[in-house]
Design a protein around this ligand. Structure first.
Ligand code: ZN
Length: 437
């Protein structure tokens, strides 16, 4: 069961080379489950018992289900659709040495650079295409080995293994073809999108790793795949969302773009997307602003973004006590400076949910002398202020184009989220909560 779930998740990742594709795959799952699409630009008429979703920019998605009777609050899971990569700049083709065509790219997010070298890469994203009355977005994926970033030979860089500062403008430009390839990329992209090159008005295109996901290890205990951070959580929270029995709250699934670049975009976790959606749900059902505030007080957010497992070779960089291990369950993240939203209340609530779901959980803190990363929970809370917990699945090599995690943990998260979305949580007064399953 664990391996089947992990493979289903990695198949989803293979079909999702960029955030745009991930959102397309997630909305296909929602469509198949009977969810109806809403447009932010149109008036909403929601019905009790109805299931809906909306996308923003084609790269963030929010889905929700209206209970058949009045609701108490919102039970929200958030994850992110984007991963660190290299973005093609405008007019990317560059001639080199009279015999090569390479591509001008820039970093998207904070990636480990070294593992991008010497492996088959391709290009995917979206193009904006002229139509009769305006323009529209088309997804594109050149689904073949297309480019490579070649390393410099050891003989020309003798001290590289003592540490090397990569210059993204010099060292990381991918080789695309010989000198005859200089003008061919627009045609390759247009063909892959199924449109005419002359109709393409704009493009958001990224490199991606072509290597397939795999289950490995002496007992098949590990998985490796591109983009586990954070498509593993995006897929698992979606599965839990779709499997949950109806509770007294509105279950809300949110997958945001742009977490890797600070979330401060119109479709990121810092945007008004979640707040707008919750307010429109409240209004569309004829509820008052006062009822909105009581619903927010009775709400809970699970911010799901992958966590660091203790490293087999570098255990010294982990906290002396809180050292997550792959396959030992969901990681609850704590930080005194509130880079993670978890506090005593939300930790207690989430542990109760895991216990009810018979799912193990473990805890992560940074070493006191190391700054950690940030994630979605505290950013989302600047727009919608609710009790929140930051969690994730333990993994190695975060922000490498090929990451490693435990074969069991995806299924654990599906199980815990199924319980979470079906649970009933009420804040009786500040500091007193009621939790029913
Ligand atoms: Zn992440």
């Amino acid at each position: 069961m664990f391996e089947t779930t992990a493979k289903d998740m990695m198949d989803f990742i293979a079909r999702s080379p960029t955030c745009f594709h991930a959102v397309r795959e997630l909305t296909a799952l929602l469509d198949a489950a009977g969810y109806r699409p809403l447009a932010e630009s149109q008036l909403w008429t929601l019905e009790q018992g109805g299931s809906y979703y909306l996308t923003r920019n084609g790269s963030s998605v929010i889905a929700f289900q209206i209970p058949c009777r009045d609701f108490s609050g919102f039970q929200i899971a958030a994850s992110h659709s984007d991963s660190p990569s290299f973005k093609l700049k405008h007019s990317p083709a560059l001639r080199a040495e009279g015999c090569y065509t390479k591509l001008n790219v820039e970093k998207y997010g904070g990636m480990l650079m070294a593992p991008w070298f010497d492996r088959p890469l391709s290009i995917a994203g979206r193009v904006i295409v002229r139509t009769d009355g305006g323009f529209e977005s088309h997804l594109v994926n050149v689904a073949r080995d297309l480019v490579m970033i070649p390393n410099l030979a050891i003989h020309m860089n003798r001290t590289v293994n003592e540490g090397y500062a990569y210059d993204p403008q010099k060292d990381l430009l991918p080789l695309y073809g010989d000198e005859t390839a200089a003008d061919t990329l627009p045609g390759v992209i247009a063909d892959a999108a199924g449109v005419r090159a002359e109709d393409v008005l704009g493009a958001d295109l990224f490199l991606y790793n072509r290597m397939a996901g795999t289950v490995w290890g002496a007992n098949g205990e590990y998985i490796s795949s591109p983009r586990l951070d954070d498509l593993q959580c995006a897929w698992a929270t979606t599965q839990g969302f779709l499997a949950a029995a109806p509770g007294t709250a509105v279950p809300v699934l949110a997958v945001f773009d742009n977490e890797e670049v600070g979330s401060g975009t119109k479709q990121g976790a810092c945007s008004t997307l979640l707040r707008d959606t919750l307010a429109r749900i409240n209004r569309s059902l004829g509820r008052t602003p006062e009822q909105y505030h009581t619903a927010i007080a009775n709400s809970f957010l699970v911010s799901a973004d992958n966590a660091h497992a203790v490293h087999p070779n570098r255990g010294d960089v982990a906290d002396p006590v809180n050292r997550p291990v792959m396959n030992r369950g969901i990681v609850i993240k704590h930080n005194a400076n509130q880079k993670y939203t978890t506090d005593a209340v939300s930790c207690a609530l989430f542990q109760a949910i895991c216990k009810e779901a018979d799912v193990p959980c473990q805890h992560f803190t940074n070493r006191s002398d190391m700054a950690g990363g940030s994630t979605l929970g505290n950013l989302s809370n600047t727009q919608v202020s609710v009790n929140a917990v930051d969690i994730g699945l333990a993994q190695l090599a975060m922000h490498s184009p090929y990451e490693t995690a435990g074969v069991r943990d995806t299924a654990y998260l599906v199980r815990a989220m199924t319980r979470f979305f079906g649970a009933s949580l009420l804040q009786v007064t500040d500091g007193r909560y009621q939790l029913r399953f």
